[in-house]
Write a protein that binds this ligand. Structure first.
Ligand SMILES: NC(=O)c1ccc[n+]([C@@H]2O[C@H](COP(=O)([O-])OP(=O)(O)OC[C@H]3O[C@@H](n4cnc5c(N)ncnc54)[C@H](O)[C@@H]3O)[C@@H](O)[C@H]2O)c1
Length: 271
């Protein structure tokens, strides 16, 4: 059911790779709620083609940008304001990648060049996006910027390796930039800490199926789906959450506040 929550709002949505992507669901819901927006992803993801199908469905233009390139981001914000006919009201950062995870490197044997890439792609890109928007004055007053994160920033999950550090930096950037953007332009900045979700990025983490089940059995409400995460993003882009900023918001069915559940107890009870 649509509520018209984003009627008249303009935005930029990054990170839609295929229909499992969280950003893909956000785009469909943003359209349903009345927003107009541009879609962006790294040029390599464009070549895979699926995003074109989403663009047609959402009547959205695609503006390729490697999120580690300030030049690409300048082009993204400049073109988006041109195409959409004004400054934007919301931005979704839905970008993450660790070459160390992709190549199966243990945390005690990291390749440091890849570590820098993980941080650049998954965390600094968030700063670069906001600094670019800030300098170009591309976000309207009371605009909303959201990045997606994972609880490995607070607690250790062995297979999340250097992405845990990248997420900790990402969440810190939300607070530091959120303070400044709030003061200067009344723009709010938050991160949403989502349950394990079966997507390309999620599935790439070692042991994903097991920790997906563990989280599902621990959380009193079970794991939050990508669709439900998209709903939460929409509320954060809407005018109903104008005073929420600099927060890391758990969207995990209660996992982060649960010590152990009966279901998990039953699994470890030996009889
Ligand atoms: N899937 C999960 O379990 C889970 C849980 C919590 C948080 N998240 C976060 O959600 C976000 C979206 O991930 P997803 O699960 O939808 O997976 P996904 O693989 O569909 O999305 C990741 C996106 O990052 C893009 N990307 C990678 N490098 C880029 C670059 N240099 N420039 C621009 N874009 C680039 C990819 O092309 C892809 O579209 C990520 O930040 C991820 O860490 C995922």
């Amino acid at each position: 059911m649509a509520y018209g929550l984003l009627k008249g709002k303009r935005g930029i949505i990054s990170g839609a790779l295929d229909e499992k992507s969280i950003a893909w669901k956000v785009a469909l819901k943003a359209k349903e709620e009345g927003a107009t927006f541009t879609l962006t992803n790294a040029p390599i993801a464009m070549r895979m083609g699926a995003i074109k199908q989403l663009a047609e469905q959402c009547d959205a233009e695609i503006i390729p940008a490697d999120a580690t390139s300030v030049e690409d981001l300048e082009n993204l914000f400049t073109k988006s304001t041109e195409v959409l006919g004004g400054k934007v009201d919301f931005v979704l950062h839905s970008i993450g990648m660790s070459p160390n995870i992709r190549k199966g490197k243990a945390y005690t044997d990291l390749n440091y060049d890849w570590f820098k890439q993980s941080i650049d792609i998954s965390a600094l890109s968030f700063h670069k996006m906001m600094q670019t928007a800030y300098k170009l004055d591309a976000i309207n007053e009371w605009g909303s910027v959201v990045a997606l994160t994972y609880m490995a920033a607070q607690r250790t999950f062995p297979f999340y390796t250097d992405m845990a550090d990248a997420k900790a930096v990402l969440e810190s950037i939300a607070r530091s930039f959120g303070y400044r953007y709030g003061k200067s332009h009344k723009v709010r900045v938050n991160t949403i800490s989502q349950s394990p979700t079966p997507t390309t990025a999620g599935g790439g983490i070692g042991g994903f199926d097991k920790f997906y089940d563990f989280a599902d059995k621990t959380a009193p409400l079970g794991n939050a789906t990508a669709d439900q995460c998209a709903d939460y993003c929409i509320t954060m882009f809407s005018d109903l959450t104008r005073m929420v900023t600099m927060q890391n918001l758990y969207h995990d069915g209660g996992f982060s506040m649960t010590g152990i559940s009966e279901e998990v107890m039953a699994l470890v009870t030996k009889e």
